[in-house]
Design a protein around this ligand. Structure first.
Ligand SMILES: [Zn+2]
Length: 558
């Protein structure tokens, strides 16, 4: 609670400024009224409880929701601030229950959303202005599929804007990178350099190095200087703060280390920017360090806590490496593979279960899902544990009915990414067919079996409205509908992106719905998702985000 109060205190000036800007009004103090920090009224407030209740007014005190109901509540409380929602929709803050947020070196440029080579050049120019000439510039995430130019950025494109800074920009997926002339020169790579084993130094049609190195880009990357703790933590703060503009008030980061947790602790004790609440998952490589951390921090704080143990059962659809029951399309008998030998995986799952930890297990292919569920069911029969809340990350293929029945029976849950149906459409269509393709990222099926299915992003992309759009429409990027019978309703999708993520982290008594006693973590949206034409879902904007009743984001739009 101390943490919450400190956060509230640091946002008072912002709240006061916005109070006057939003036309909020202060009520005349009256002794008979209950105390309140904030009242939201005249809205459509979707509580996200099981009944999908909607209320008009919500009252916050000391960071918690203290009452919900009709507009007469306004008269029962003496509030510091009252916000007239003007009929707008308010829902609980999104809980991205499978994501990856990291700090980056100052030299780094994020390229995951660039749409042209010119935009890449502009980002490089801006970065040189920020860090100066001569410094290395790195970046990640470009893909020629997303660039209007319809081709890859090449050495001359980088040289044009960075003649005096070595540059290396890694393609999305990490299998190649483009470099500029200075980076090649510093790495002593010339036309005479022998081709590396397992990789390619590309030569263009003009007989010159085009700057692209495939698989062995570390020939250049190894020269990039290490980053400092200070710059990484500063970037982490900015990247976490940016989530508030997407309406995300809680995250579970699915791949962190105990060292990362200590950096997050440092950040949450010294942050200047508002941050969402974070839960971190660890891999079981260093059980002793995880045990020691848990002994030290217990259940953590309201803003930072350790989460489930992460296990990787199989791969994904890049490659593809997901482990499937039937062969992929046009790839012979190939069915992907497990991330470790089957016996090792089974031992690993049993060992973590027996150590008393909750598990979040990466399982994408239907064969991986079947194996993991059978193993968990056996472990739970051998060593029963109430309220274990083990869950599968992804669940991208629909397994046989028997597997879903076992999941329901043993309360094995899911956090899934319906946004994959939209953004990974091409990869699914290439590798899967028929029923398997139609039922990619199934929602209705597992939910109808009684399985708890939370929705999350895995940062592809991070915006929650893409996942909600795909969950409701089942459409890919091309507009093709995949398995309309797997669609869920808007109300179910919002609840899966809020309350059910909190449930996976044992926090359903604290957050995820807008009920009395919960954290006042809320977002106000530009449009009423509950009555909107589904085709317009991705146009909806987050207008305000509150954490613990403090306004932590407001859009610039009027
Ligand atoms: Zn992930």
């Amino acid at each position: 609670m101390l943490n919450t109060k400190l956060k509230n205190a640091s946002f008072i000036p912002l709240v006061l400024i916005l109070l006057s800007a939003c036309g909020g009004q202060e009520l005349e103090p009256t002794r008979s009224k209950g105390p309140a920090d904030l009242i939201l009224t005249n809205g459509k407030i979707f509580v996200a409880d099981e009944a999908f209740s909607i209320v008009d007014t919500l009252v916050v005190n000391n960071g918690l929701i203290v009452a919900t109901g009709d507009s007469s509540l306004s008269e029962q409380f003496d509030a510091d601030e009252e916000v007239d929602l003007g009929g707008k929709l308010v829902i609980p803050g999104f809980n991205d229950s499978h994501t990856h947020i990291r700090g980056q070196p100052q030299r780094y440029i994020e390229l995951g959303e660039v749409t042209s080579i010119e935009e890449i050049q502009q980002l490089i120019t801006a970065k040189i202005e920020e860090i100066g000439e001569g410094e290395w510039i790195t970046g990640y995430g470009w893909s020629e599929d997303e660039l209007d130019d319809g081709r890859r950025p090449l050495r001359p494109d980088l040289d044009a804007v960075a003649p005096n800074n070595p540059v290396i920009l890694t393609r999305a997926g990490g299998h190649s990178a483009v470099t500029n002339s200075l980076a090649l020169q510093l790495s002593e790579i010339t036309l005479d350099t022998p081709q590396p084993a397992g990789g390619v130094i590309e030569v263009g049609e003009d007989g010159q190095l085009n700057g692209v190195i495939r698989e062995r880009q570390n020939m250049v990357g190894r020269l990039v200087p290490d980053s400092t703790y200070g710059e990484i933590i500063a970037s982490l703060e900015v990247n976490l703060n940016a989530l508030l503009a997407k309406g995300i008030t809680s995250i579970t980061d699915a791949s962190k280390t105990v060292d990362d947790y200590e950096m997050f602790e440092d950040l949450y004790q010294n942050n200047k920017l508002a941050l969402p609440r974070s839960t971190l998952q660890f891999q079981w490589y260093d059980a002793a360090a995880i045990n020691a951390l848990n002994a030290r921090v217990g259940e953590g704080s309201d803003f930072l806590k350790p989460g489930a143990i992460k296990v990787f059962a199989d791969g994904g659809f890049t490659g593809p490496a997901a482990y499937t029951l039937e062969p992929y399309v046009d790839q012979g008998e190939y069915r992907g593979y497990l991330n470790m030998p089957e016996g090792v995986l089974i031992n690993h799952l049993n060992q973590i279960h027996d150590a008393g930890y909750q598990m979040g297990i990466h399982a994408i292919g239907d064969a991986a899902i079947v194996l993991v569920v059978n193993t968990l069911a056996d472990a739970l029969e051998r060593n029963p544990r109430d309220n274990h809340r083990h869950y599968l990350n992804h669940f991208s293929m629909r397994p046989p009915e028997l597997t879903m029945e076992l999941m329901a029976e043993h309360e094995i849950h899911i956090t899934q990414q319906p946004n994959f149906t939209y953004t990974l459409e091409g990869r699914y269509a290439e590798n899967l067919d028929g029923w398997r393709l139609q039922h990619n990222n199934p929602l209705r099926g597992p939910m109808d079996h009684g399985i708890t299915v939370a929705i999350s992003s895995d940062i592809l992309p991070i915006g929650p409205l893409v996942g909600i759009y795909a969950a409701v429409t089942r459409k890919g990027m091309t507009g093709t509908i995949y398995g309309a019978d797997e669609a869920i309703t808007m109300e179910e999708a919002i609840r899966a992106y809020t309350a059910l993520g909190a449930y996976l982290n044992f926090e359903e008594d604290k957050k995820g719905t807008l009920e009395e006693g919960k954290f006042a973590d809320m977002v106000m949206l530009s449009e009423d998702l509950l009555s909107l034409d589904p085709e317009r879902i991705m146009d909806v904007e987050v207008e305000k985000t509150w954490i613990g009743g403090s306004l932590v984001y407001e859009s610039a739009a009027p």
